[in-house]
Design a binder for this molecule. Structure first.
Ligand code: TRP
Ligand code: ZN
Length: 476
């Protein structure tokens, strides 16, 4: 949405055959089957070393307009995605990420475009190349039963079917299971997500519910996300939900949706603390970054999705029938991500410790605040855990994105910074870091440079030992 930090050089796109035009139903074939030699193409990846095919090159999305209709009985999702973007290169063709689903008519600026598919890449060849700097609108009609994806670490993401609906979870690369896009955190955009479901069901997504209308036995929910959002933070939950709308004392609108099967007294008690937790976190991390907040407590099939996800505005908690579906500590963690991850978003996936380290540290602070374990004891426990030392926090493989070093060692980096800087300067850093990246992206190198600039201290040795070092330091 806004200028991105410089990326790693884009890898040369493989020559793509555009022989099959499965999209232009009834439309004239808009392009020859082979791109002419030298035809400029957007890259098939955003240059992320861990997920080379995630995201794409050659354009920057400003807005996704998703118009979706879901049939829980068959599991069929029917949609149109209108993607408004600016070309950053001469685009004879460009890619979108999309897993599964069948693509129908595709247009660019209203003219039919040819398409081809290979793996999770949808290549679009506009009738006329898009000039660098030009704003364009790509419209993709699609349909099918969305896929549940399996990640390199074996966890599941994408589209979870439930007995009465579905839940979409997209970290790291699952949004492409339900809409075509630039599925990489470096390209944040605004969203309007409109969802039609049978009467009686609720569709919950990010941002604010602008309208809810009914006609012909169906209800249409219009969700608007004005602040830029990474694709992995987009969510959609369809099912029977009990919805509570309220405002925090500060006037922030809250929308909390709970699947009645995941409603238990401890979950309800934790959810009632959202205003208090947001006020406490705002005191530590600065003003809440978005125009609404809340939570989605779902009910997923047993064994599926054993993790909560910090969807923007509205984290998702996967109830699995074992109460509580949510506890205050997990709520604190996911709400802390609104500053660390959702507001200041990693530039590439290996920087995800900037999300998880801060969110874990927030939980340590909360436990101490609640009169439970002190931060010192949490840090000592993390330090003593051999699993936390498997690798340095900023160098996970794709299969280690959510492994203990990212969370525990990530939080220990902050603990050490607090020790080195002292309370007041560290508190300033906690607030200044998200504020320095308003709806933006940042890398580990950005973080270490930022710490030096803000504090005027040489933290080289600290980072060498705690952030980059392979071995566990002799003592905490
Ligand atoms: N980011 C989530 C959190 O708040 C965790 C998460 C997302 C996760 N995807 C995952 C954990 C896949 C394990 C596997 O911590
Ligand atoms: Zn987390």
């Amino acid at each position: 949405m806004r200028p991105r930090p410089p990326r790693a050089p884009l890898r040369a796109a493989l020559p793509l055959l555009l022989a099959c035009c499965l999209s232009c139903s009834g439309a004239p074939r808009a392009a020859p089957s082979e791109p002419p030699p030298g035809s400029p193409a957007g890259a098939s990846g955003a240059g992320d070393p861990l997920f080379p095919q995630a995201g794409n090159g050659g354009y920057d999305v400003a807005h996704y307009g998703l118009d979706l209709s879901y049939d829980p009985g068959s599991g069929q999702l029917t949609g149109t995605a209108v993607i408004t973007a600016t070309a950053t290169a001469d685009l004879g063709r460009f890619n979108l990420d999309l897993a599964g689903l069948t693509v129908g008519r595709v247009t660019v600026d209203g003219r039919p475009a040819a398409t081809a598919r290979s793996g999770t890449e949808l290549t679009v060849r506009p009738a006329r190349p898009v000039a660098p700097g030009a704003r364009f609108e790509a419209t993709v009609a699609y349909a099918g039963v969305p896929e549940l994806l399996t990640d390199p670490d074996g966890s599941r993401e994408g589209w979870f079917r439930t007995d009465d609906g579905a839940v979409a979870l997209g970290e790291p690369v699952g949004s492409m299971a339900w809409f075509p896009g630039d599925d990489h955190p470096s390209d944040k955009a605004a969203y309007d997500i409109t969802v039609s479901v049978p009467d009686g069901l609720t569709a919950v997504s990010n941002g604010e519910l602008n309208a809810r209308t009914g006609a012909g036995g169906r209800t249409v929910f219009r969700w608007h996300t004005g602040e830029p959002m990474a694709t992995y933070l987009a969510t959609l939950a369809i099912g029977h939900y009990t919805v509570t709308r309220s405002r925090t004392p500060a006037g922030l609108p809250l929308y909390v949706a709970v699947d009645p099967r995941s409603d238990d007294p401890r979950t309800a008690a934790a959810l009632r603390r959202i205003p208090e937790i947001l006020a406490w976190e705002s005191g530590l991390f600065g003003p809440y970054p978005f125009t609404s907040a809340g939570a989605i407590v779902a009910h997923l099939p047993k064994g599926e999705g054993g993790y909560a996800l910090e969807a923007q505005n509205r984290p998702v908690f996967p109830g699995d029938g074992v109460p509580p579906a949510v506890d205050a500590g997990t709520l604190v963690h996911e709400l802390a991500h609104q500053w660390f991850g959702d507001e200041a978003t990693p530039s590439r996936w290996q920087d995800v410790w900037l999300n998880e380290g801060f969110a874990t540290y927030a939980q340590w602070l909360w436990q101490e605040h609640e009169g439970g374990e002190s931060v010192d004891r949490s840090a000592a426990a993390a330090f003593a855990d051999p699993a936390a030392w498997a690798f340095p926090p900023a160098s996970p493989t794709a299969a280690q994105l959510f492994a203990p070093p990212v969370y525990q060692r990530g939080a220990l980096v902050l603990y050490e910074l607090r020790r080195a800087l002292g309370g007041p300067l560290f508190s300033k850093l906690l607030r200044a870091w998200p504020a320095a990246h308003p709806h933006g992206n940042a890398s580990t190198a950005d973080f270490t440079a930022f710490c030096r600039r803000l504090t005027g201290k040489d933290l080289t040795a600290l980072f060498a030992e705690w952030l980059y070092g392979r071995a566990r330091p002799a003592r905490l």
